[in-house]
Design a protein around this ligand. Structure first.
Ligand code: DX5
Length: 223
């Protein structure tokens, strides 16, 4: 699956931008929520996401790069995000946080920063529908892909498969994904690929960028 980060979008035309992403063939939209505390950047609150909700029927997920995901979770589910991605590094009680998100009617996912080992998520795999392996240090778009994360992607894939969860738990990768890096991430085991700058900088447009990423990823896993 190919999903955009909307960070590079023109926020003065957010409705048009999410419609353009749907027309470009993305599978879902990821909202990079940053609180200026967990990461040194500040983006959108739930009301901004809610304003975009009516412009597309695509699933929304909120990537909560925030220090207090338990406090914020309900607002993002109410805003129309089906999936909430919390950072393991921000959760003292990750198991409870995932249970709380499910109790709110959302699906839970856990993100791992580059320094965080895959083993951190082993005991919450039954509570989530996705693990996100970050291939940049969170906070900004346009950073370089950290290829050293590929063994961790493979380790998380093996963990998901060994728990018999291959059909119910996705593996997402976010950060520096583009035509030259998507094959490595897909071969390592990712099946959901987040791209921001690679989509918006394609001179042939969003549709071309989405289909190119998807075909490169599919070719990599078929090889
Ligand atoms: C980092 C952000 C970025 C964004 C994707 O906190 O989460 O990874 O989604 O940015 P690009 O695709 O430009 O690296």
């Amino acid at each position: 699956m190919i999903a955009p980060s909307v960070l590079p979008a023109d926020f003065s035309r957010l409705g048009d931008e999410v419609r353009a992403l749907e027309d470009a063939g993305v599978d879902l939209i990821q909202w990079d929520v940053m609180d200026g505390q967990f990461v040194p950047n500040l983006t959108f609150g739930p009301d901004v996401i809610a304003s975009a909700r009516r412009h597309t029927s695509l699933p929304f997920e909120a990537h909560l790069m925030v220090l207090t995901p338990d406090v914020m979770a309900a607002r993002y589910v109410e805003a129309g995000c089906q999936r909430l991605i919390v950072h393991a590094e921000a959760c003292s009680h990750l198991h409870r946080t995932c249970e709380n998100i499910r109790a709110l009617g959302g699906t839970a996912a856990v993100a791992l920063n580059p320094h965080t080992p895959a083993s951190v998520v082993e005991h919450v795999l039954e509570l989530v529908d996705m693990i996100l392996v970050m291939t940049v240090n969170p906070g900004f778009g346009g950073q370089g892909y950290i290829a050293a994360m590929e063994p961790k992607i493979t380790e998380v894939r093996a963990m998901i498969d060994s728990h018999g969860l291959s059909d119910s738990v996705h593996l997402e990768v976010d950060g520096g994904i583009g035509p030259s890096t998507v094959a490595g991430a897909a071969r390592a085991g990712a099946n959901v690929l987040i791209a921001g700058s690679a989509l918006y900088r394609d001179p042939k447009g969003l549709g071309h960028a989405v289909s190119e990423l998807r075909s490169l990823a599919e070719a990599a896993v078929a090889a």
